[in-house]
Design a protein around this ligand. Structure first.
Ligand code: NAD
Ligand code: WQD
Length: 338
């Protein structure tokens, strides 16, 4: 299939691009590099051994996007493009709503005008809100989001569901990711946050190479095994493989399906830190800090639906995630721009 990846130069998009090529598909990227750079695409090309068609454009630019659709007969779209920093979304809500919603509306209009009606969307476990029980299952009603970023994901899910209701010939897959970490085992592509990382694993990686002197552990008084927050960390390559299968699934049906992509197991902050130290032979100095506002104690996925509908299960371990992250970090100490 010829598949458009909006935001395909980003962390998850670049890994998905590799997996799509290796499964015999033809990915085409559109990205405005607001949170990535063209070097990521060059690296993907090195891994797969051929050029990847790539357009530099903002997905909100309808004229530019229409031209891309005029030039390519797409079978499906994977919509990764979006701003994703939770804290930044609280400080800049209008920018987040404008970017994430407008890009989706423009994309959907252009798809409709070109008769492309299959879309896989990067949603997030954040749309569940703080559920009283784990694991999180797709049929649990959302308990609301705690930040504008999360609400953009919630609203985009509704926009896509609404389109399927209006035109049942559409095929929509809403993938709710849990906590993607890790990197491609080549060490060529990985997560490259600009500035101070917001998320745990990129922060650990920068402490590991001495760029930051310690990790703040946000709270050790949660009702969890060791008092620190528990999450479902998933290797980005497993996640990428889930997208390949989701595209095949979307091609064989119509309607709208929500699917969790997670491992089904929870890992605490300290478990992740200790595993990282053990497999990489490094020390991660930690300081216990106050809880981060908005954080929840525990979440992890029920991945049954992904197994049943896509035939997908996460294969990589927390050890793999720690090893691969450290490899990318040490080989690219300044990220792609180094
Ligand atoms: P990322 O920032 O690395 O990738 C997003 C890409 O979209 C970037 O390359 C960015 O330049 C591009 N982009 C943003 N707005 C654009 C626009 N208007 N036009 C064109 N390109 C644009 O993030 P990621 O971690 O790869 O996440 C991909 C998607 O998955 C995002 O939608 C994100 O919200 C979602 N998601 C990520 C996580 C996570 O923890 N990484 C978890 C759940 C969901
Ligand atoms: C994980 C755990 C922190 C940093 C976020 C988004 C979510 C999704 C994935 C996009 C928590 C603790 C963290 C640090 C710490 N993204 N922590 N010190 O918050 O589960 O999810 O990314 O959709 O929407 O909210 O991930 O990596 O920020 O935190 O102790 O410096 O690590 O308190 O328990 P989170 P995270």
């Amino acid at each position: 299939m010829k598949i458009l990846l909006t935001g395909g130069a980003g962390f998850i998009g670049s890994h998905t691009c590799v997996e799509l090529c290796q499964a015999g598909h033809e990915p085409v990227i559109v990205d405005n590099y607001v949170n990535s750079c063209s070097e990521a695409v060059r690296r993907v090309e090195r891994i797969v051994g051929h050029a990847i068609p790539c357009y530099e454009a903002d997905v909100r630019n309808k004229e530019a996007l229409s031209r891309i659709f005029d030039e390519n007969a797409f079978d499906a779209v994977i919509h990764f493009a979006g701003l994703k920093a939770v804290g930044e979304s609280v400080a800049q809500p209008l920018r987040y709503y404008r970017n994430n919603l407008d890009s989706t509306l423009t994309l959907m209009e252009v798809m409709q005008e070109h008769g492309v009606r299959r879309i896989v969307f990067s949603s997030s476990a954040t749309v569940y809100g703080n559920q009283p029980v784990v694991p999180y299952r797709e049929d649990m009603p959302s308990l609301g989001c705690t930040n504008p970023y999360g609400w953009t994901k919630f609203m985009i899910e509704k926009i896509l569901e609404g389109q399927v209701n209006a035109d049942p010939s559409w095929s929509v897959v809403l993938l709710r990711y849990f906590n993607p970490i890790g990197a491609h085992e080549s060490g060529l592509i990985g997560e490259d946050p600009s500035g101070l990382p917001n998320n745990l694993m990129p922060y650990i990686a920068k402490v590991a190479v001495g760029e930051l002197d310690h990790l703040n552990v946000f709270g050790n008084d949660y009702p969890t095994k060791d008092g620190t927050g528990v999450r479902d960390y998933i290797h980005v390559v497993d996640l990428a493989k889930g997208h390949v299968l989701a595209c095949g699934y979307a091609a064989g049906r119509t309607g709208c399906e929500i699917i969790n992509l997670g491992t089904g197991s929870g890992c605490s902050v300290l478990e992740l830190v200790h595993t990282f130290e053990r497999v990489n032979g490094v020390r991660i100095p930690c300081v216990i800090a106050p809880r981060r506002p908005g954080d929840i104690a525990v979440n992890y996925a029920d991945p049954t639906r992904a197994r049943e509908l896509l035939g997908w299960t996460a294969e990589k371990t927390i050890e793999d995630m720690c090893r691969d992250t450290y490899r990318f970090q040490t080989r690219n100490p300044k990220g792609y721009r180094g």
